[in-house]
Design a protein around this ligand. Sequence first.
Ligand code: ASP
Length: 583
Amino acid sequence: MYRTHTCGELRPENIEQNVVLSGWVQRIRDLGGMTFIDLRDRYGITQLIFDLDANRELCESARSLGREYVIRVSGIVRERSNKNKNIPTGDVEIEVQKLEVLNKSQVPPFTIETETDGGEEIRMKYRYLDLRRAPLQFNIQLRHRMALEVRNYLSANNFMEIETPYLIRSTPEGARDFIVPSRMNANQFYALPQSPQTFKQLLMVSGFDRYFQIVRCFRDEDLRADRQPEFTQIDCEMSFVEREDVLNVFEGLTKQLFRNIKNIELPEFTRMPYSEAMRLYGSDKPDLRFGMEIQDITELGKGKGFGVFDSADYVLALVVSGAAEYTRKQLDELTDWVKRPQIGATGLIWAKFSADGTAKSSVDKFFTADDLNAWKSSCGAADGDLMLIVAGNKKNIFGIAGELRLELGNRLGLRDSSKYAALWVVDFPLLEWDEDAQRYFAMHHPFTSPVAEDASKLESEPGSVRANAYDLVINGVEIGGGSIRIHDRNLQMRMFRALGFTEEEAAAQFGFLLGAFEYGAPPHGGIAFGFDRFAAILAGQNNIRDFIAFPKNNSGRDLMADSPSFVDQKQLDELNIRLVKPE
Ligand code: ASP
């Protein structure tokens, strides 16, 4: 028998019992006549004790072990004289009577403890060792518990988990596809799905009514900390629903996850139109853990001879409460920050409203005390507040003000990772104009239906049509998004036309879907959540890599298996692929 208990299980009620434990040697401490070993497995750590006087031979073999050796011990559970309040097994220890090495280990390349000395790269290379560490064990376990909750909640709500194919047809809409050559169909290729979008819609046509899948998706995009080439979605679709039906079911799912996993009861989620999110927060994923809404002082700022304001479409202000004492240095720092190319402001104007009622600004040459006081009352600022102002064109300036708002939130500690603010952003634009391509793209995807009263403008004013689409946003992070779909063939065709498809192109790429719409497609809609991101948010973190057992690095590489890799020309020959420049 390898074990009677796990390393996280023994408590004072087990004292005096004979037990067998197996696990990894995390740490060895030699204190003269006594040797202590922390034995670790997934469930926890138990202290082993060896007494030199009682059994010299056994104690010496304990001393000869190394970190990460796999051992089996049998012994008696004893009460610890020196209790460790930090771990659940900290009241007891094992007086070891028998020790057996099950497998040796080389000295690990970094310390396998909660805090490690290993850099990112080496830990990715030895991912299987990094995964032994408690924080990663916790994350992967959290992910498992979430998946279980999702399956329970959705099954209880009549959703059925159905698998869809991973080898599918490539479509040029959306992100870049990962392509897979077909050996049996020379010169032809599959793509890996960016999402099961069309399949889940077809399942609605098939009458499954409610579908879900915890499913891998693939997008060949440039990577960032919160993106991976393959990632997991909780993908869902429902028939005979309107927007509110979908939002209510998935607000319920989100609340249940928070309740059962975090013990947090979330209040009802606001539904905020996209236009309001952009106007007040300069973002379609506003962080509502704090206020500091963007204020429009364009009218007050213009016409006083200050060229920057006069030539701008908008003059936007943020009120930083109680910050009138900001130093020159702090203001210069913020100015440099907004002028970085990633943010792109031309400068930053400030006005200080001192506690004694006086006002001062960086543009005193152009604005009188009365002008400043007009800004103050228009924005609801108070004595002691600082006002930060940016000006610019319609296209960028709300985004810039929004970035500044988030930066101030960071600097002022207003973005507390233990707090949660969830909302639905609704009524996105249906289409987005792309200057380079000189055509419209679907902001969500081509299957999203327009808001009913806007549908008639699809040809005349495509840019002003709102989509019946929604995003779930938590703490400024987009956790999920979806829409009510088009289920009418004619409307779908009009949408394709708005996207610049000819009849033939639409038929060639999406003929199967258009065809299905001719056989009684029910009204339907759905949503998909980014599962990895959702897990990170629930843990109060932002790097999704820590929630994926075997992630890729920022260049899309698996450093452990060293992939992608070159393959033999023989393999390529079967696929009819000739490398331009084989290496
Ligand atoms: N398929 C969409 C996506 O991956 C989500 C949805 O509309 O359900 O973003």
